[in-house]
Design a protein around this ligand. Structure first.
Ligand code: GLU
Length: 491
């Protein structure tokens, strides 16, 4: 492991704040978090916001909110509430570290390992097109390599705009040992002289990332596979600046069910959307942990401390991971089933409120209702339809329900049903009592089949189909059942 001043593992998650946190980013954050916790190390949040066009403060807030929702709290980085930097390697926002990058750019220029480039975008585009036409790789052609540093500085002081390019001259293979992929070899000739600082003075991702990982004493860089080609550039920068190289692990690609790279085309890929669809953060975290890692015990459902205890880098899988919504739902359902009822109720409240449901505030009732309903839910959103018939709002009679009420025998059946519940001594019927009442309505009114079940169902939930009455009736108080029957009888 690379040495650092604390002698501990330091990992980081380094999002570019350009939108919500997506599944892939959440996995990188989770693995970085878990590995730091597993080893008693430190986990840093660094904000890679040098792309001033795409990075926004709102996106940063959204990412921070999603990370906190998942419980991936960082040891260092922007304070979750104020977003002010906390930690001894501050600032953690690259947009506030521009002087640092400038210093290293000057150093690399002075070493002759980089040069100023005055080519215009049009020049570069023309040369690129030409190279492609001639079947050459469209690398920078080296025009400005010959401008010596003093001449270049004079041009800059006269107001000319110059970018800083890394001088790519190596003729050896560049190699590193990836934690997940083993030895990775980049033969020479893969790169042209690449930009470190744009002509407007803004440093690019590869430059900032290398300097920050080095200065922030990061020991393990975990990130998505698509960054592999950046790692080549970063290794050259490490070498040029004489920084110690961290251990890299490039996490396997995540595919959708159609085996294409997971993207917006697949619908929900942001954690935020899953939150809105009623997924629990614990379930998302649990599921994402398994996208490229497996437990040595073959376990699939973990508490946070089990995950921390079992997570290690030797079980990261280089094969592509497939994001399977069905499995995610299953994991979510497992969490719903085992969550304490009172806690689950609190999580459901915003969904009930959002759907306009008014449910009893009695804690015992809530406990009983959750106990009866939780195995029918896979997401929190599922609870809305399950609980809708229990809402204390006025009975919502649908058209089919109204038709049933027109049947000759319906009035008689509902009147009898009301009479029976009124005569019952208890506030809530048990399933057995409900069955007994239905049987006596059947006998006393001499009706059966749909002429029995449909009107009672309409008198209870306002429609002749749907919800399991045996589950619902024990949750509806006698008063509510009588009021609902009365409403039907009035029609
Ligand atoms: N800002 C980069 C991204 O969001 C980070 C890549 C890295 O971890 O080095 O993809």
């Amino acid at each position: 492991m690379p040495k650092n001043t604390i002698g501990k593992v330091r990992t980081r998650f380094a999002p570019s704040p350009t939108g919500y946190l997506h599944v892939g980013g959440a996995r990188t954050a989770l693995y970085s978090y878990l590995y730091a916790k597993h080893t008693g190390g430190e986990y840093v949040l660094r904000v890679e916001d040098t792309d001033q066009v795409r990075s926004t403060e709102d996106a940063l807030k959204m990412q921070v909110e999603d990370l906190l929702w998942l419980g991936l709290n960082w040891d260092e980085g922007p304070d979750p509430k104020t977003l002010k930097d906390l930690g001894s390697f501050a600032p953690y926002r690259q947009s506030q570290r521009l002087e640092i990058y400038k210093k290293y750019s000057d150093q690399i220029l002075a070493q002759g390992k980089a040069f100023y480039c005055f080519c215009t975008d049009e020049d570069l585009e023309r040369k690129r097109q030409k190279a492609m036409k001639e079947g050459r790789p469209p690398h920078y052609d080296g025009t400005c390599r010959k401008i010596d540093i003093e001449t270049a500085k004079q041009k800059i002081s006269r107001g000319e705009k110059g970018a800083v390019r890394f001088l790519v001259t190596h003729t050896h293979d560049v190699k590193f040992n990836d934690l997940i992929r083993g030895e990775v070899v980049f033969p020479p000739g893969m790169l042209g002289d690449f930009i470190l600082l744009r002509s407007d003075g803004m440093p690019v991702y590869n430059f900032c990332c290398t300097i920050d990982d080095a200065l922030m004493e990061i020991t393990h860089v975990l990130r998505a596979e698509e960054h592999l080609s950046n790692t080549l550039r970063q290794l050259l920068i490490y070498e040029a600046l004489g920084f110690e190289i961290p251990i890299f692990g490039h996490l396997s690609i995540i595919l959708g069910a159609d085996r294409q790279k997971l993207s917006k085309r697949h619908g929900d890929t942001s954690c935020h959307e899953y939150k809105e669809k009623g997924y629990l953060p614990e379930a998302i975290k649990n599921y994402i942990a398994l996208l490229g890692w497996s437990s040595p015990k073959g376990q699939e459902i973990f508490t946070e401390s089990e995950l921390i205890e079992q997570f290690d880098l030797d079980r990261l899988n280089p094969a592509a991971a497939v994001f399977d919504e069905v499995k995610l739902k299953w994991v979510n359902a497992q969490y719903i089933r085992t969550m304490p009822h009172a806690e689950l109720w609190q999580k459901l409240l915003p969904f009930f409120d959002g759907a306009g449901l008014k449910l009893p505030s009695d804690i015992e009732w809530q406990d009983k209702a959750i106990g009866l309903m939780k195995t029918s839910m896979e997401t929190l959103v599922d609870a809305v339809e399950l609980f809708r018939p229990l809402s204390l709002t006025e009975l919502d009679l649908n058209d089919e329900g109204k038709e049933v009420l027109k049947w000759e025998t319906s009035f008689k059946v509902i009147t009898k049903w009301r009479e029976k519940i009124e005569g019952c001594g208890k506030m809530y019927l048990s399933t057995a009592e409900f069955d007994a009442i239905i049987n006596s309505v059947k006998d006393e009114c001499n009706v059966k089949g749909k002429f029995l079940f449909m009107p009672t169902r309409v008198a209870i939930i306002g429609k002749p189909h749907g919800a399991e009455l045996k589950q619902l009736v024990p949750l509806l108080s006698k008063d509510v059942l009588v009021a609902r029957a009365n409403r039907c009888l009035k029609i």
